[in-house]
Design a binder for this molecule. Structure first.
Ligand SMILES: [Zn+2]
Ligand SMILES: [Zn+2]
Length: 551
């Protein structure tokens, strides 16, 4: 660790520095730390069977005695999804606004941790004082209610941590921007501004959430036939818009997908959705014909078990779509999910279903700031140093260039695990913390660098092969079985095995004659079998071999 006699504070973006997702940041001063966010990242198709990942909290675990709190900015999976995975490493108090706290309690409950973690609800606009840090929750507009930027005061300088925000027209109650608080933090001086880069390639502010509501209220009543709509389950404003649009169109809103039910239940607990026509469970909607329903469902990102993926595959028992029906995608594509979503949309189109996305109709807007809005924020809070995060490298580069063009003189960025020291107006890279990324494999976690995961990827590309060799006491092959489920279909596989087996047995016997039965001989036998399959199929399968010797 960097040793300094200078006064200052540390900034460590463990995740989120050079990608969108896996957000987890640490701030340190006087040997004490606080952590901001604990989010999931989204895995592409390379990691079969795993959708999510997160940054291993090793660095923090080693300092758990000195962690004064985990502060969650908002209720998106990329900021709070991994709470159950990092909780044991941190074991500190967790702070969040009420709706976000409810979402986290639900997640912890799933993992049997509900009664262990201490979650303290923080009202928007209020401040948490720990031993070393003062953290103020400042309302910022985003695509989930109760999102906040954090104004963090350390004994040696102040930070405004604002990942995921935009300016909105403020016409919907659930999203607000506290301009007064932003002006006040400028007076207290923002040394370091850690900021969202998601929409840095967008020049101008996108339509407000209110405008999208108006568009949906106009569009939905014009649609005939079966109608399914999908959006992010945490976007309560959008869910409310769908329920209102359904009501206007004489359709009954019916919710599909566990997350939606949970989120609406939690939202009601927090005082939202009070005066709305009730959204129904599918079972309660029996007898309502599909042209009189608006099915609102999860699955805009085409996750394998989502309600929408089941509908696309014809596997949902409540909803069958065909010619003349419509699916509204009131959502954007999270990078990495492009292929999955395209495949799902094509399935609908093949079945004669109209697919409406934000490309055709303005039925989605962003929760992130454009260049215009960034400039406005710089003007309000007047930061000394801008540190762009929440974007991949090209986004960070663009954000740096933009900040520079706006007259910001100190701009810094880094990779996950880079440790920075901020003293006065100077930010210095002082160390590199090793980073491991964990894949979420059902309820287990597994390092993406582990042999298990490497083998899964290898098997996905190169198939698998199992060989069982039975040897006599004299080390001669008595039986050889070779099987595979993913190289050829079973009939062709049997023909191949019959063809290569006699010669293979001969080769194995030669190896056994020239070597005693040891690791080296076993490796030779395995590679001989693998090569024989490769010569016939051009496939280099991951090979597992078992040897049995007669007693
Ligand atoms: Zn985010
Ligand atoms: Zn977000």
């Amino acid at each position: 660790m960097h040793d300094t006699s200078q006064e200052g504070f540390y900034f460590l973006p463990l995740g989120g520095a050079d990608d969108i997702g896996m957000n987890i940041y640490a701030y340190g001063a006087n040997d004490k730390w606080i952590v901001v966010d604990a989010g999931y990242g989204f895995l592409g198709d390379d990691y079969k069977g795993m959708d999510m990942c997160y940054i291993s909290p090793d660095f923090l675990e080693k300092r758990k005695e000195n962690i004064e709190g985990l502060f969650i900015t908002h209720g998106h999976e990329d900021h709070m999804g991994a709470i159950a995975h990092v909780w044991d490493a941190l074991r500190c108090k967790v702070y969040a606004t009420p709706f976000v706290a409810e979402l986290m309690k639900e997640r912890l409950e799933e993992f049997g941790l509900a009664d262990q973690a201490e979650i303290e609800e923080v009202a928007e606009g209020s401040t948490v004082q720990t031993e070393t840090f003062k953290v103020e929750y400042i309302s910022l507009a985003h695509s989930v209610p109760e999102s906040c930027g954090l104004f963090i005061q350390t004994p040696h300088g102040n930070i405004f941590h604002a990942t995921d925000w935009r300016f909105d027209d403020g016409r919907l109650d659930m999203i607000k921007t506290d301009y007064e608080a932003l002006k006040k933090i400028a007076q207290k001086k923002v040394t370091l501004f850690v900021c969202d880069s998601t929409n840095i390639f967008v020049d101008h502010q996108e339509p407000s959430e209110f405008q999208i509501r108006q568009n949906l209220l106009k569009l939905v009543p014009t649609i005939k036939g079966g109608l399914v709509a999908t959006c992010f389950a945490s976007n309560l404003m959008r869910l409310e818009s769908f329920i209102l649009a359904a009501d206007l169109a004489g359709r009954t809103p019916i919710l599909l997908g566990k997350t939606l039910h949970t989120n609406i239940k939690l939202a009601q607990k927090c005082g939202y959705f009070k005066d709305l026509p009730m959204a129904h469970l599918p079972e309660a909607a029996d007898g309502i014909t599909s042209d009189k329903a608006l099915y609102i469902c999860t699955g805009s990102q085409a996750n394998y078990h989502s309600a929408l993926a089941m509908i696309a595959n014809g596997e949902n028992k409540h909803v069958k779509l065909g010619k003349g029906d419509t699916v509204l995608f009131s959502s954007k594509i999270i990078p990495g999910n492009e292929e999955k979503i395209k495949r799902m949309q094509e399935k609908f189109i093949d079945d004669g279903v109209s697919v409406v996305t934000e490309e055709e109709q303005k039925i989605h807007t962003t929760g992130h700031c454009s260049k215009d809005e960034l400039k406005k924020m710089y003007d309000i809070i007047k930061p000394e140093i801008v540190f762009p995060v929440h974007g991949d490298r090209s986004f960070i580069r663009e954000h740096r260039a933009f900040a520079y063009s706006c007259g910001i003189s100190h701009i810094c960025s880094g990779k996950n695990g880079d440790l920075f020291f901020v003293s006065g107006e100077r930010i210095t890279h002082v160390d590199k913390v090793p980073i491991d990324v964990m894949g979420v494999d059902h309820k287990r976690s597994v390092s993406l660098h582990s042999e298990v995961v490497k083998n899964r990827v290898r098997i996905a590309y190169h198939c698998s092969l199992f060989a069982s060799v039975v040897l006599s006491k004299e080390n001669q092959v008595v039986d050889l079985q070779i099987s595979s489920k993913d190289i050829l279909d079973q009939a062709d596989w049997q023909i191949l095995v019959e063809k290569i087996k006699p010669e293979l047995v001969e080769h194995l016997n030669i190896i056994l004659k020239e070597n005693s039965l040891n690791k080296h001989a076993e490796e030779l036998m395995k590679s001989t079998i693998r090569k024989a399959v490769y010569h016939q199929t051009d496939t280099k399968p991951v090979t597992v071999m078992h040897i049995y010797q007669e007693q």
